[in-house]
Structures are given as C-alpha cells and as structure tokens.
Design a protein around this ligand. Structure first.
Ligand code: GCB
Length: 623
C-alpha cells in the first residue's frame, strides 16, 4: 500500500484534528451498532467529549477511560469540494487504528480492519457528498483475545459494584488504543498506480546501480488495455538532476541503470549516510496521455548474509542500537512529529545505527525518517509473547506480516524482518508454526533476512532453525541473578556462544538492561540506581567485545531507548524504567556511557569521527 502523496495527478487532505468521542458501556459493547449510532451525529445518541486524532485516547481524560475495555466511537464532519467529483477516485486512508476499526461514511459502512499499527484504506468515491458536508464515524475496539495479534485475555470478575470486565495480557507495554496515526482523504485518477515495488542492485565496487521497479495499476482501463499502458520511470539525485530514465513498452516493470552511484549507507558507516534518490513513476496511456504520477524515495543498497555475517553493500555490519517503543506522555502511541524528530536527534547523538521496532510496526513517517538518516531497522510484526498456537492465530500472524511487508518493502532502512518477540518457542507446536511463518515471510521478500527475538533457553527453542539470524533477549543481573554484577559477562558470552553453536548462524543480543529510576544514586551499585544501569551495561560491553572477536556476533541492542508505560504491576514504578532516556527524552547517566561505546565502535569498525563533546576535559595528563 502506497503512502499518500501529492502530485500533479493526486491531492491529499488530512482529517486530523479534534473529533467527537463516545465510550460504549463496557457491559454493552455492541449497543452502538445495534442502535445504529453511525446513521446520525454521535452527539444525538450520547454526550460526546473532544478527542484528538491522532492520539491514544487512554491518557487524555481525567476519568478511568485509561482502563476501558471494548468499543469506543469517534466522529467528525468534513467538507469535500465540488471539484473532487470530476473524473477521479477518492480514498479514505488510516495510518493505523488499534486494535480493530469499523468505519462508516454518511452512515454507510466503508471498511473494517483488524490489527493495530498498520494502515488500511477504502474507496469512498460513490459515498461522498461533493460540494457538501460529510460525516465519518469510527468504532474502535481494543479487546485482545487468544486469536488477536498480539494476544490477550478478557475475563469477567466480581468487583464492588457487581461484575466487571478485565483485559489482561502478558506483554510488557500498555495496550494503548484509538486512532493512532493520521487519517487522510486522497484522490487518484480513474486509472492509477496502485503499488510500486522497488529492489536495487550494486556492482563494480558499488559504483554501478540498478533500480528494478514493478508497478500494479488499478482502474477500468487496466484490464482491457493493460498492454497499452506504459510506465515512464525517471530517477533523480538529491540535487534534482535526472540520472536515469526508461520507458517500458506495454510493460509495468523495468530497470533503471546508473553509474557513479551514491549507495545508501547507515549512519556513521559513511560520511554521507542515508543517500536517497527520487523515483518518479509516470503511468502513460498508449496515446502518451499522462494518467498518473507517483514519486517515492529510493536508496540503492545491497544486503547479504551468511553463517556468520550480515553485510550491507558488501561491508560487514555491527549493529549498535536499541529496542524501542512508540510511547509518550499524554498521547500514548499517537503519532507525534516533535517526539519523532527528538528521538532521531537522540539516536544520532548517542551514535546508534539501528533499532528494532519492538513490538509492532512503527509509523510510516518514522520509516521515511530512518531512510533519510541512515538508521537501520529490524522491522517487527505485532506478534509478541506468541502462544496457544492455532490456525486462526497463524492466519492473522501471517496477515500482519503480509501487511507489514507490503507497507515497508521499499524502505532501504529496513534490513531485517522480525517475525515475533519472545514467542513461547519451547512448546511442541512452535516448530511447525514458525516454519510456516518464516516460509511465508520469505515467500514475500527474499531480499532480507528473518529473525525473531527469542527468550526461551537455547536448549528448549524450536524456532531458531527457521530463522536466518538468531536474536536473543536476556536480563542478566536483573531477572536472573538479580543484583549480581559479577555474573553478567561470562553468562552473556556462554549463552551467545551456545546459540551460535546450536544453529550456526549470526547472533544478536536483542535485549539486555536494567530498570533505573532517574536521580536514584547508590554506590556500590544497587538495583534501580543509575550506577547499577551503568555497571550492567559495562559488564555487557565486556562480553560483547569478546564475542565480536569470534566473528559471528553481529549486534547489541539495549532495552530500552526510553522509559515507557506498561500495565499496572508491582514490578513497574510508573511503567518500565529500562530507558537510557527518560519518558520525556532526557538522558540518564548510562546514556553518556553508551554514547562513548557506540562512537568507539563506530570509530573502530567504520572509522567515524568522534563528536567534539564526547569526552569531558579532565586534566592535561589524560588525552
Ligand atoms: C522482555 C520483553 C520486553 C520487556 C522487557 C522487560 O524480554 O521483550 O517487552 O519490556 O523484557 O523489561 O521486562
């Protein structure tokens, strides 16, 4: 699914803003559907409150909307200009709604979509009132059960007022819900470019590049006259100079070849990271009439992997990064450009070159930003703590990967697919289940390796043989051997080595860390203190340096980039505090330590420059 972009043949209009909002009665979640609330303004059925879009609804009000389980309703009015009625098609697109969405326009159902963090759209050409006001109504359901992705449980329990419904889940982040990303209306011509798939190749020492494109066309003309449609593809460099072009004769795919390529490189691996070209796709009718134009950014790079290495443009990569969350105060998981830009500034400040989109797909805007800044992404689907394997679950798990790959396959920043986080892979069914999930993922994209972040002991795991790269999560000195800083380094070395021995594949430590309350200082180091987090990190660094020498250890990812909200638990003080940054994105002491390591690795491996302020002046004696 293409990101909505304006061009000479397309218009895009945002429906973001303040919508009207109603919470259903928890004991009666389908009442609004039965009473057809979508046939009139919500305010005529129930008192409404204002609700920002995009945002999670949970932390906006002062009542217990935070813990609401079940359906909520949104609506708003919007105007569609008369000019839009002419010979074109109109699409309604949601960046994401968590978890399930039902959408009506002017009382007519237009789309239903399940699984959060992924976009969906519907054509609304024949439903809109042109030159008049329209109403959009959305019902959103946050309920997670054993066959949703991710899984949860709904139970009815007695409380002081009778009975109530409780949502529980095993994963460790708050189940924020609502219209999380932008809502757009956009126009396309009658016959238009529906999909573009891009892959790239480099040769002659990365100086010659090829951009392979394949286009799908939607529209009445497409079927009758597919062989009279032509694609004109133009490639422009950063300065806007045309560097390659082709016109395909009656074909919807082709290849652009260019010399003197500037490859896409990760941050700190090259002085000019994140180099992007612009690919312009023009759909032409047989008589040369311009039907549609779509432009997207393209990075030229190759990926390859073997039993011990992961390479980009032929150069081995060592990942230094984070597991993250889309999470912040008030807006929860709602898209926030200020937060996104701040986060990328911090990633670059600290010298990271990668992150994993733990534990679900992140916004399309952040994927574009990662392309531009050369940050490599391990792109994770929303399957977390996967268990109770069933056919229905498998179907939805595969669907989440299919939607993710269709959304993200053209991003040069995406270098790996993560098909699950901490699945219960010790169970018997895990073997065949993950074989099916991994094979399905490979059938959709052969250009990127597959991983999963595994937490079961290597002796019990049944998924690793289906993966290309082994990632493991482990909390030495935290969940195991709590407080024992003297039991970190050797354990990390031993476990990573055992994973490698077992599967003969590259290994990443995809999570390690310690909860840390900013401002709590204790020496000698004690759990939850800033000193303890620094010590835990340093003991891991020692292990990583020994592992790196073995040749198959290819990355270290701290858990977590920033503190984030979780469900309530006596192990969580206001949420998970394993952040290197606070929830308001200020550094803890360990951030400065990690920064020194990440830049030291960057200089050692990729000859990057140190930032001037990396080391604080101490004395003339030390340089
Ligand atoms: C994990 C999970 C992550 C948790 C983390 C923790 O293994 O993958 O989602 O937040 O541990 O801090 O417990």
């Amino acid at each position: 699914m293409l990101y909505p972009r304006e061009s000479e043949t397309r218009e895009v209009r945002s429906l973001d803003g303040i919508w009207n909002f109603v919470r259903s009665d928890q004991a009666n979640p389908t009442q609004g559907v039965r009473d057809e609330w979508y046939t009139k303004d919500l305010s005529q059925s129930r008192p409404t409150i204002p609700m920002p879009v995009p945002a999670s609804y949970n932390d906006i009000t002062t009542d217990n909307l935070r813990d609401h389980v079940g359906t909520v309703w949104y609506d708003r009015k919007f105007f569609v200009p008369r000019s839009w009625s002419k010979n074109q098609r109109i699409w309604l697109r949601f960046g994401s709604v968590h978890y399930e969405a039902f959408v009506w326009i002017n009382g007519q159902k237009v789309v239903k979509h399940e699984i959060g963090h992924l976009p969906f759209e519907a054509e609304v050409t024949d439903i809109l009132n042109y030159g008049a006001e329209n109403r959009i109504t959305v019902m959103c359901d946050n309920a997670l059960i054993q066959t949703t992705v991710p899984q949860g449980k709904i139970t009815e329990v007695p409380n002081d007022n009778g009975m109530t419904i409780i949502q529980s889940y095993t994963f460790d982040f708050f189940n924020y819900a609502g219209i999380h990303r932008s809502v757009h209306l956009y126009t396309t011509p009658r016959t238009f470019i529906e999909e573009v798939e891009v892959t790239t190749a480099l040769s002659e020492n990365n100086s010659v590049g090829e951009v392979f494109y394949s286009v799908s066309v939607n529209g009445s003309a497409a079927n009758e006259a597919i062989n009279v449609l032509n694609i004109q593809a133009n490639l422009y460099d950063k300065e806007g100079a045309k560097v390659a072009n082709t016109t395909s004769d009656g074909k919807l795919d082709g290849c652009l070849k260019l010399t003197g390529v500037k490859p896409w490189w990760p941050y700190l691996m090259h002085p000019e990271p994140g180099y992007l070209y612009e690919l312009e796709i023009k759909l032409l009718a047989a008589n040369e009439e311009l039907l549609d134009v779509y432009r997207l950014k393209v990075g030229l790079r190759t990926l390859s992997w073997n039993k011990s290495q992961f390479l980009i443009n032929g150069k081995p990569v060592y990942f230094r990064g984070f597991g993250r969350h889309e999470d912040s105060d008030i807006r929860g998981k709602g898209l926030d450009n200020a937060l996104m830009v701040r986060d990328f500034n911090l990633l670059k400040w600290i010298g990271a070159n990668a992150y994993r989109t733990s534990h679900y797909p992140y916004s399309e805007e952040s994927m574009q930003f990662a392309d531009q800044h050369g940050i490599m992404i391990i792109d994770e689907c929303p399957s977390v703590d996967t268990e109770n394997y069933s056919q229905e679950l498998l179907g939805k798990h595969k669907s989440s990967l299919e939607q993710l790959i269709h959304r993200d396959r053209n991003h040069p920043s995406v270098v790996m697919w993560s098909i699950a986080n901490e699945p219960r892979t010790a169970s018997m069914n895990a073997d065949s289940y993950f074989e099916l999930v991994a094979n399905f993922t490979r059938s959709l994209d052969k250009t990127r390796p597959i991983t999963a972040a595994i937490a079961v002991p290597y002796t019990q795991d049944k998924s690793g043989r289906h993966l290309d790269i082994i990632s493991f999560n482990r909390y030495n000195a935290w969940y195991s051997n709590t407080g024992r800083l003297d039991m970190v380094t050797q354990n990390v070395i031993d476990e990573a080595t055992a994973w490698n021995k077992q599967y003969n594949k590259p290994v990443i430590m995809s999570e390690y860390g310690a909860d840390t309350l900013e401002g709590l200082h204790m020496t000698p180091a004690y759990v939850w203190s800033e000193e303890f987090q620094e010590e835990v990190f340093a003991r891991h660094f020692k292990a990583f340096d020994q592992l790196r020498k073995k040749g198959w250890f290819i990355g270290e990812f701290v858990w977590n980039f920033a503190d984030f909200k979780t469900a309530q638990s006596y192990t969580r003080v206001g949420g998970n505090k394993k952040g290197v940054f606070t929830r308001s994105r200020q550094p803890k002491a360990a951030a400065h330590l990690l920064r020194k390591r990440y830049f030291a690795l960057g200089r050692d491996l990729d000859q990057c420059q140190f930032p001037e302020d990396l080391f604080t002046y101490i004395a003339d004696l030390i340089s």
